[in-house]
Design a protein around this ligand. Structure first.
Ligand code: NDP
Ligand code: A1CAB
Length: 270
C-alpha cells in the first residue's frame, strides 16, 4: 500500500526531509502533505516539490498514515492536543524533536499508538541524511521496515536504543552546524591568504566531503587516514600540532557534551 505522509510544521527540517523523499521518488508528491501556520514556507514546498499544503494540522492528521511532528519541541503538546481525535491506531507518529521521548508522545495522545522517535539531520535534503531511529513495541515488523526504507530514501539510518537518543543530536543531528563552522573557518583562512571566497568554499567543502567519504568507504581508522596526510617534517603535522595545542578535539567533545546536556534538560522540561 502507498502510505500517505504528513508533516505538521514545515520549517527547516521538514523541508529537508520532504526534499529528500520527493527527490528519491519513494513516495508520490500527491501523497505528501504539509501544514504550517504561515504561508511563505508552504509556498516554497508547493513550488519546489508540488506537494499538498494546508494551514490545518487536523487536515494533515486526517489525510496521513504516517505523521511527522516537525514542530519545535515546545509546540508538541499543543499540536498533539489539536490532532489527537483525528489520529487512529493504524497511523504511525514520527517524532523528530530533540528531547521528546516516546512516553511523552503516548501520554500526550492519551492512547496507545505506533510511535517512532527519530533524530534526522538537514543533509537529508541532498540525500546524505543521517537518522537515528527508535520504535515502540506497537509497530509491526513490516511497518518498521517501511519506516527504515523511508528514512534510507534520503540518507543513512540506524536503529538505536531509545536510552541513547538524547546523545544523537550531538553526534549527527546538530553536528552539520559544527562542520559548517569549520568550512567557514577554512574558507576564511584561505581568503586571508588571497584565495577568492567562492573558490575557498569549494576547496574547503570538497576536502571535508572527500575526508568523510574516505572514512566511510575505506573503513580505515580516522587516525590512520590522518597519518597518511602528515608527511614527515611537512605542512600538515605543523597544522595538527597547532590544533592539538589549542584543544581541537576536547573542544569538539565539550561542545557535544553541552549539546547532550541541553537535550536531556529539554526532555525534563517539556
Ligand atoms: N533543524 C535541524 O537541523 C533539525 C531539527 N530537528 C527537530 O525538528 C523540529 C523542527 O526544527 P526546525 O525545522 O529546525 O525548526 P523551524 O522553526 O525551522 O520549523 C518549525 C516549523 O513549525 C511551524 N509551527 C509553529 N507552530 C506550529 C503549529 N502550531 N502547527 C504547525 N506548525 C507550527 C513553524 O512555523 P512558522 O515559524 O512559519 O510560524 C515552523 O515552520 C524540532 O523539534 C527540532 O528538534 C531535528 C533534527 C535536526
Ligand atoms: O538545534 C536543535 O535543537 C535541533 C536538533 C538537532 C539539530 N537542530
Amino acid at each position: 500500500m502507498n502510505k500517505k505522509i504528513g508533516f505538521i510544521g514545515c520549517g527547516n527540517m521538514a523541508q529537508a526531509i520532504i526534499g529528500g523523499i520527493v527527490n528519491s521518488k519513494i513516495v508520490s508528491n500527491k501523497d505528501i502533505i504539509a501544514s504550517n501556520p504561515t504561508n511563505s514556507k508552504l509556498e516554497v514546498v508547493k513550488e519546489k516539490y508540488s506537494i499538498l499544503t494546508t494551514n490545518s494540522n487536523v487536515d494533515v492528521a486526517k489525510f496521513s498514515d504516517v505523521i511527522f511532528l516537525s514542530v519545535k519541541p515546545n509546540k508538541y503538546k499543543c499540536v498533539i492536543d489539536e490532532i489527537k481525535d483525528f489520529v487512529n491506531e493504524d497511523d504511525i507518529i514520527v517524532t523528530i524533536a530533540a528531547g521528546i521521548d516516546i512516553n511523552f508522545i503516548q501520554n500526550s495522545f492519551g492512547k496507545d499508538l505506533k510511535v517512532v522517535r527519530t533524530m534526522p539531520n538537514t543533509p537529508s535534503l541532498v540525500g546524505e541524511g543521517m537518522s537515528a531511529i527508535s520504535f515502540n513495541d506497537l509497530l509491526l515488523n513490516h511497518e518498521k521496515e517501511y519506516i527504515l526504507r523511508l528514512f534510507e530514501s534520503f540518507g543513512k539510518a540506524e536503529v538505536i536504543d531509545e536510552s541513547l537518543m538524547d546523545v544523537i543530536p550531538s553526534i549527527s543531528g546538530s553536528s552539520p552546524a559544527y562542520v559548517y563552522l569549520m568550512i567557514e573557518a577554512l574558507a576564511d583562512g584561505g581568503v586571508l591568504r588571497g584565495i577568492p571566497r567562492d573558490k575557498a568554499y569549494k576547496l574547503a567543502a570538497q576536502a571535508v566531503l572527500g575526508a568523510a567519504k574516505m572514512v566511510i568507504q575505506t573503513n580505515e581508522h580516522p587516525g590512520s587516514l590522518k597519518d597518511k596526510v602528515c608527511s614527515p617534517g611537512g605542512t600538515t603535522i605543523e597544522a595538527i600540532y597547532e590544533l592539538e595545542r589549542n584543544g581541537f578535539r576536547s573542544s569538539i567533545i565539550s561542545a557535544m557534551e553541552a549539546c547532550t546536556k541541553k537535550a536531556i534538560s529539554m526532555s525534563k522540561n517539556k
